[in-house]
Ligand binder design. Sequence first.
Ligand code: NAP
Length: 288
Amino acid sequence: MERMHGGTRVYGIIGWPVAHSRSPQMHNAAFRALGMDALYLPFAVPPERLREAVAGLRVLGVAGWNVTIPHKTAVMPLLDELSPEAVRAGAVNTVLQREGRLIGHNTDGVGLLTALQRDLACPVAGARIVVLGAGGAARGAVAAFAGAGAGQVTVVNRTPASAELLVRDLQVGLPPGWLQAATTDELPRLLPAVDLLVNATSVGLKGERHDDLALALLPEAAKVYDMVYGPVATPLVAEARRRGLAASNGLGMLVAQGEEAFRYWTGLLPPLGVMAAAAAAGVGAPNP
Ligand code: NAP
């Protein structure tokens, strides 16, 4: 704080709510580690004031900001440009302000792929993947898996219509049958042929278990990735590990999307482990 002056660059995150986000700790730790004259702040923006908030960030010259629930899709038409990653995912989690123009980008996909590699040594190319959930996180995951050459992806959601809509929206340009929607009733048929199971629902956030999910049906070599990261071992991760399966919570994805956003804004990568340590310090607090 004592380093701040008139030229200090300001970054931040918009969300509603935002107070529990770990991004301020992560990015400020990276700025400190690199000795940069910059600051990252949380901005609580209610949905009905998003347009005003984006205009304000632009006028105030905020250099870059993250976008979290519930603004990731709604912010898109308010920006001047979208990166191919943002268009593919249908969501923006990172905005860069360059010469007065706002560029929307998405680092959740690369964050997920990096975390799968780092935490589970999980190859995505050719993998048969089941994604649980059909919200924004599931969309980002499917787009990332398409880009990484996964073998086949099936989306399973409590509300089947949302899974079907996701498939209709994202299957353009993909090989026929590569992306499918299925109902929870079909899980017993699907699970024995899965290489990677990804939870992209909010189940587990408050310690809930997944009904209708018989992990015993997964092959021994299958891996389980839970995007939820509130509890260190979510119920899904704990049960998968009890069954001898490799499993990870979503903290690594949070860290990797943050590292990539930092690089997008500054051209620099934070020293390895700095953001992870800052994020882990907040584990136990609720998920954003
Ligand atoms: P979202 O758009 O609100 O979608 C929520 C999804 O969860 C929907 O598919 C919803 O199904 C499903 N769901 C909610 N409650 C359920 C229940 N009781 N039983 C079964 N399904 C249920 O949220 P999101 O942005 O996709 O985020 C999903 C999760 O991923 C959150 O926990 C979020 O924190 C996490 N996430 C983590 C990271 C990371 O960096 N690790 C990044 C992004 C998101 P319906 O369609 O039936 O409502």
